[in-house]
Design a protein around this ligand. Structure first.
Ligand code: ZN
Ligand code: ZN
Ligand code: FE
Length: 760
């Protein structure tokens, strides 16, 4: 007989509420291990006894076979003396289990999916099928600890059959809090706008209605979707009309990868992300010959695509649709509807019918949106499926709440070396969104049990998030400059400390000198930074109006490059501006009337798109820049336009007037647009690398972080990464949080936490 050993194992991470203890139990039985497992404040703790080879394979499988929703942060083992147990048992939790890490909302696991379509199963076609390995979490948890009474499943007492599964550690539904079946769980209903229930099977009737071109509001995991047959032009057109959304692309849901391949081009990484447990919307290049209505994503080279993540989605799509439009259930700019009464009211004018149920959504969470960059996710929006997963920080911070910026609101709660970003909240200028900022903050604080000592906010005095931060009167407040926060955000998620160069290409951010920044080269770290360089400033004619009307930015750059003679340039779109307006714009530019100065990179993209005649006005933020990127993808040219780096008082300035003049010459000469657009991207990348080299020569820094909303542009990111790598720099990009303002709160939290820790 071999020597019997006993070890004590402590596992930290998302290991509670994800079926970890029953998994350990089953694993122990399989390996013939005795002992026990329990939840404690330190995580999952177990003692395992057996002979050495069995123990070794047991420990290896603990990590290798962990349940899909579990995320193991650390495993600590220690040898203790054998006690001679005869079985392996699950012990009750030890008092309060302390700060439980709530899991994000999951998808449907393969086992549940098989049962969903098995006529012999008692949950056959039951839309709320789930087990410990799958299903919603974050959206239905009302409080901690994570137990059924603290979820929106509380009103549904378990039937005898479900209870037996719930109490059997050998069952994969052991302690699955959202467990339900047709006998005891939530029920699906299909109703018209007056809440009259339609006869027949709700799913089958809903499918038939969608096939007829009807628009349905479908209650999902984190909110309502508006659904329509993506191949039906008339249905999609009607949805656009009712939703008052002109051009912003709609997301698509396809039943499976085979269907995705019918309308989009996807590589292995993209398909892995599409099918992963987080189920984000992935931007995929359109197939040229795709059957999807051109109105789904007009003048856009991509389809935002996702796969079904709730059982209901599978039931709706399977064997019927190639793709359904599944767009957020809201009017333009409003937050996604998630409460039933509210949804009924707000969506009544959009949806013909409502596919609803009586399981409440406690926390709203939009779908996440990503692109793939060099094999990693590049987040455009980080929300459902990822929240509240934590980001490990390279420095320790006290309890901090960071409230983000304004347009893509998110908040961040951090303590110690952990930070949790909230779901996407949205544009705070909308009253309903602003209200959800406070709700989200309070809820997340409760779940994470973090009581902040410090509140971090943007330096902008007029941001609504700043006003929100000021409401925490008794707490210490730290204002963080916008682009410093972007820099810190990228540093933090990459585990960097010390001093770096930050290339921050952004739309808008309030600078320390009161002007609008956005094409910034910063040098520093969490403890502060200085502006080492920036794009040459031009006026922002009409302030915010220039964001919606990129032609105004084109006028600003043309005026900068050519002076008052700009209207004599032979550009067709200039002809659309009449004499009176010309005078007005010239006055604005020359006298700086309602025209703050900006060094914005995002606005330079807008200007070039408008200059080239791509688009003078946009219907959503970033549209012109996206179209410029799409155009540039059509050319592989390496050429770049001229630019100059000039220095005044130690701060470098990149002057793009030479480029603007060359662009005009090319336009007049009829150079292909794709080449010009690509040349422009190349120019920005080269300029970034050149200025970084100058900074390195002065400061000796060779680590560069890239952040800011412009880095949602893959082509530019690729160009900048390449140019900097060629120059010998270590380059860091975002992979865990968005480069746009949706990732800003992370940087704010670390900067403010760092300052507070130092007692500054
Ligand atoms: Zn399952
Ligand atoms: Zn039941
Ligand atoms: Fe920003």
């Amino acid at each position: 007989m071999t020597d019997v050993r006993r070890i004590r194992i402590t596992i930290e991470g998302i290991v509670q509420g994800v079926g970890f203890r029953p998994f350990v139990f089953r694993l122990a039985e399989r390996h013939g291990i005795t002992g026990w497992v329990k939840n404690t404040t330190a995580g999952v703790v177990m003692e395992a006894e057996g002979d050495a080879p069995r123990l070794d394979s047991f420990v290896a499988d603990l990590e290798g076979e962990a349940p899909p929703l579990a995320v193991i942060a650390s495993v600590v083992t220690g040898e203790i003396s054998p006690k001679g147990d005869t079985a392996f048992t699950i012990l009750d939790s030890e008092g309060s289990t302390g700060p439980v890490r709530v899991a994000p909302d999951g998808d449907v696991c393969p086992d549940c999916l098989r049962e969903l379509f098995d006529p012999a199963d008692r949950r056959y076609r039951y839309p709320f099928i789930t087990c410990t390995n799958c299903g919603p979490r974050y959206s239905l948890i009302t409080a901690i600890p994570y137990d059924r009474p603290n979820t929106t499943m509380a009103p549904f007492p378990l039937c005898a059959a479900c209870r037996a599964e719930y109490e059997d550690p050998r069952d994969r539904r052991f302690h699955a809090q959202p467990l339900a079946c047709p006998a005891c769980g939530p029920r699906l209903r299909l109703v018209d706008a007056d809440d009259r229930e339609l006869p027949g099977d709700p799913v089958e009737t809903a499918r038939a209605l969608l096939s007829e071109g009807k628009i349905l509001a479908v209650k999902g995991v984190g909110g309502y979707h508006l659904a329509a047959d993506a191949l039906n032009d008339a249905a999609v057109r009607e949805l656009r009309r009712r939703k008052a959304r002109d051009e912003k692309p709609f997301a698509l849901m396809a039943p499976d990868l085979a269907a995705v391949r019918i309308f989009a081009l996807s590589d292995a990484v993209e398909e892995r992300l599409l099918a992963g447990p987080e189920h984000p919307i992935v931007l995929l290049r359109k197939r040229p010959d795709n059957p999807v209505s051109p109105l789904v994503a007009p003048s856009n080279g991509y389809f935002g695509t996702m796969l079904p993540y709730a059982p209901l989605h599978h039931l709706l799509l399977r064997d019927r649709f190639t793709g359904l439009v599944m767009t957020s259930g809201n009017l333009s700019d409003e937050p996604i509807a998630y409460r039933d009464a509210e949804a009924r009211e707000r969506l009544a004018a959009i949806a013909d019918f409502f596919l609803v149920h009586d399981r409440e959504i406690h926390t709203r969470a939009d779908d996440s949106v990503i692109r793939v960059f060099r094999g990693n996710p590049l987040f455009l929006r980080r929300s459902r499926g990822y929240v509240p997963r934590e980001v490990r920080l390279p420095v320790e911070v006290p309890g901090v709440l960071a409230v983000g910026a304004e347009l893509k609101g998110t908040v961040c709660l951090a303590r110690g070396d952990r930070a949790v970003m909230s779901q996407h909240i949205g544009d705070l200028k909308n009253a309903a969104t602003f209200a959800s900022l406070a709700e989200t903050t309070a809820h997340l604080q409760g779940l994470l049990e973090i009581t902040p000592a410090v509140v971090a906010h943007d330096l902008h005095p007029d941001y609504l998030s700043t006003a929100f931060a000021e409401g925490f009167g008794e707490l210490r407040r730290v204002a963080v400059q916008h682009h410093h926060a972007h820099l810190a955000s990228c540093m933090a998620e990459n585990g960097l400390d010390g001093q770096v160069i930050g290339v921050i290409f952004d739309g808008t951010g309030y600078g320390t000198d009161g002007t609008v920044w956005g094409g910034e080269f910063l040098v520093g770290g969490y403890d502060g930074c200085r502006r080492a360089g920036h794009f040459r400033q031009v006026p922002l004619p009409g302030g915010d109006a220039a964001v919606k009307e990129p032609f105004r930015m084109a006028l600003a750059h043309l005026h900068d490059a050519f002076g008052a003679g700009l209207f004599d340039l032979p550009l067709p779109w200039l002809g659309e501006i009449d004499g009176g307006e010309r005078k007005l714009y010239l006055q604005m530019l020359e006298r700086r009337i309602n025209s703050p100065l900006t060094s914005s990179c995002g606005r330079l993209f807008d200007a070039v798109a408008a200059l080239m005649g791509l688009r003078g006005r946009v219907s959503y933020e970033g549209q012109a820049a996206m179209e410029l990127e799409a155009l540039a993808e059509g050319s592989g040219t390496m050429f770049a336009y001229p630019f100059a780096i000039v220095r005044r008082t130690g701060v470098a300035e990149i002057d793009f007037r030479l480029m603007v003049r060359a662009l005009v010459e090319d336009l007049v000469a009829g150079r292909p647009g794709a080449e010009m657009a690509r040349g422009f991207h190349n120019t920005i990348a080269l300029a970034a690398a050149d200025l970084c080299s100058e900074i390195r020569a002065l400061d000796g820094l060779d680590r560069v972080v890239l952040s800011g909303g412009v880095f949602q542009n893959k082509l530019l990111t690729e160009g900048v990464v390449q140019a900097l790598s060629d120059g010998g720099f270590h380059v860091y990009t975002h992979r865990l949080v968005p480069p746009n303002d949706g990732g800003l709160a992370l940087g704010q939290a670390v900067v403010a936490g760092y300052a507070a820790r130092k007692g500054e």
